[in-house]
Design a protein around this ligand. Structure first.
Ligand SMILES: Nc1ncnc2c1ncn2[C@@H]1O[C@H](COP(=O)(O)OP(=O)(O)OP(=O)(O)O)[C@@H](O)[C@H]1O
Ligand SMILES: [Mg+2]
Length: 218
């Protein structure tokens, strides 16, 4: 992403991001820290094409998001991105396996292949025997592992994680972070981890701070 700027608010807009740039190599994993309200989530939304920047550009795998229409943007997001949010966003009325399978359904992956991928992914996150469970039967740490499985099952090129361990106890957080790291290493996907925890940030390849003058090394 290059020189991204974004303001919010009507007649007297407030600039949240001011010419923020970040170059992420293939397979690179960076952590972004910074005060609450600095614009970290806003930045992830721009990278994901969920919100449009006022100025600047986001390029993903050589494709400039600004040049895409809504359909193309949705397709690119489904194919190339994975998301993990602080609040899980696991659908309560679907089983664990059905939740993890969602990205594959959206991509119309054939069901036999999808089932195999889901089973392998659940195995990888240590939930191989919980596929038929409902989310309410899982702990917070287990739910976050479901969210990670769902974010990676379609083998995205970039994983965006916004405070994925914010709701977890120290032990679950450490195991979720280790899982994120190993999953990224195994898939070759790049990752951006937004976190308030220095210990969490240190599991990434590099740590950046989002401050008033943009991103700088920690
Ligand atoms: N849709 C919106 N409309 C108006 N203001 C917004 C909107 N989204 C974010 N903001 C404002 O932009 C600023 C940055 O918000 P953002 O959520 O990106 O911060 P953050 O760094 O992720 O904070 P936190 O660490 O608390 O999650 C905040 O002041 C917020 O109120
Ligand atoms: Mg945020």
């Amino acid at each position: 992403m290059c020189e991204l700027s974004k303001s919010f608010g009507g007649p007297r807009p407030r600039r949240v991001l001011d010419h923020v740039s970040l170059d992420l190599a293939q397979g690179e994993y960076v952590a972004i820290m910074g005060e609450s309200g600095r614009g970290k989530s806003t930045l992830l939304n721009l990278v994901a094409g969920l919100d449009a920047a006022d100025a600047g550009s986001v390029t993903l795998d050589g494709v400039a998001l600004a040049g895409l229409d809504d359909d193309a943007l949705t397709r690119l997001r489904r194919e190339k991105l994975g998301f993990v949010f602080q609040a899980f966003h696991v659908l309560p009325y679907l089983s664990v396996a059905e939740n993890v399978a969602l990205p594959l359904h959206l991509l119309r992956v054939a069901s036999a292949l999808a089932e195999a991928r889901v089973a392998a992914m659940l195995e990888a996150v240590g939930l191989g025997d919980r596929g038929t469970s409902l989310p309410r039967e899982l702990s917070g740490g287990e739910l976050q592992r479901v969210a990670i499985a769902r974010a990676l099952v379609h083998r995205p090129r970039l994983l965006l994680a916004d405070e994925p361990t914010g709701n977890l106890d120290a032990e679950s957080a450490a195991s979720v972070l280790a899982l994120l790291r190993s999953s990224l290493d195994a898939s070759g996907a790049a990752g951006i981890l937004v976190t308030h925890s220095r210990a969490a940030a240190d599991t990434a390849d590099r740590v950046l701070i989002l401050g008033p003058s943009g991103l700088r090394p920690a």
